[in-house]
Design a protein around this ligand. Sequence first.
Ligand code: HEC
Ligand code: HEC
Length: 396
Amino acid sequence: MKSTFLKAGGAVAVAAVIVIGWHVRPLAAPPWTDAEINVLRSLSLASLPELPPDPSNAVADNPDAAAFGERLFFDPRLSANGGISCATCHQPVRHFTDGLPKGQAIGTSKRNTPSIVGSAYSPWLYWDGRRDSQWAQALSPLEDPNEHGSSRLEVVAVVAGDEAYRASYEALFGEFGNISGDDPVALNTAFANVGKAIAAFERTLLPAASRFDDYVAALNTGDVKEQETLFSDDEVQGLRLFIGKANCTQCHNGPLFTNNEFHNTGVLSSPGELPDKGRAIGVREVLADPFNCFGDYSDDPKRQCAELTFVRTGPELIGAVRTPSLRNVEMTSPYMQKGQVATLAEVLRHYNEAPDAMIGHNEAKPLALGTRERRQLETFLKTLTAADAVRQFDSM
Ligand code: HEC
Ligand code: HEC
């Protein structure tokens, strides 16, 4: 709701600008340079390109597959105890996260539950990028003993045994083959198709415009009054730090605030746990995954797998994880791959100090930001919240 965003006294501040003039207003931020405005545009959702096609999934953009996948996403019958669905951990009201340090289902997941909104834009899934498509990713929680705890045999049996599911499945993929388990290829094909339907649903989960995007739109039109209404001075200063002194855009760049690359930022491991090797292991796992882009279950006859062919390896990936999107970050606490950091204020303290990594090498440098600057950065991060993205699922 836009009115929530109006600053108390905003009209008074605007009037003061007109009367006193921009340059003498005590706390007013200087206007942005053209170069800065270009950076801000590159971060705005208006710069988000169209969804990259997924040739490995023939139903990726099929609305019937998305509707089928949505039902599967919310269906606890796909779990071993009949009580867990994808939405147990990826809750729409929490921007598809769960508010916990680590995912909790039949057991405890190894890492923090990330949002899945906009994940169709990433060539890699999971913190360590151990899957290379949304559909290949969707298969793993179903068989993870800590998550759904089921098996491909049971999952496919549930789908084939439900009249409505069976009809949806066969309309999209044709009749089930021999799914008794005697024919692994037929079973894997059906299992992969379940993942492909879920992925078609996930592709529809895209971020909505936040106050930050409205602010960039107001910069584009040169509407100073609207800019003042949308952003406080602290938020402008926080944004200035984000793209400048604090160097956050080195990794959190583009309209999703992530470069989708792997970095070591020296985050401490959870108490009692060994440091996580992150991408160094993830790269091996994605290359070994039978459902990867090169595998037999891809729908792309040309096997266009540039990401996997040219995958980056090397010692710098030890302890590196994928840069998370910062859209809606206000709603996705606790933070970092193990949920080891509770608040945004603590995240910013971490970046300010840039401690030595427990494993590998911390790429971030200490920042020497004062308390006020860290508070301004935090205030800015909260302008990336977009309630609309969530509201569409409120009823579920
Ligand atoms: C027990 C909680 C839990 C359940 C149930 C669960 N997830 Fe997740 N999900 C996680 C965690 C934790 C991660 C991160 C794990 C990691 O990176 O090692 C994750 C990662 C993901 C990602 C990667 C997002 C990204 O940007 O990297 C996607 C997509 C996803 N899950 C979709 C699903 C789907 C689809 C289902 C149902 C089939 C599901 N999840 C079930 C907890 C869960
Ligand atoms: C060198 C690349 C890099 C830089 C620079 C960087 N980040 Fe990050 N950021 C990451 C990575 C990687 C993670 C995940 C780290 C982890 O979980 O261990 C992360 C995590 C975060 C998180 C937690 C998000 C979540 O959902 O858990 C926030 C918030 C964040 N960064 C904000 C910032 C801010 C603000 C700055 C600037 C002060 C910044 N980052 C600079 C790469 C970077």
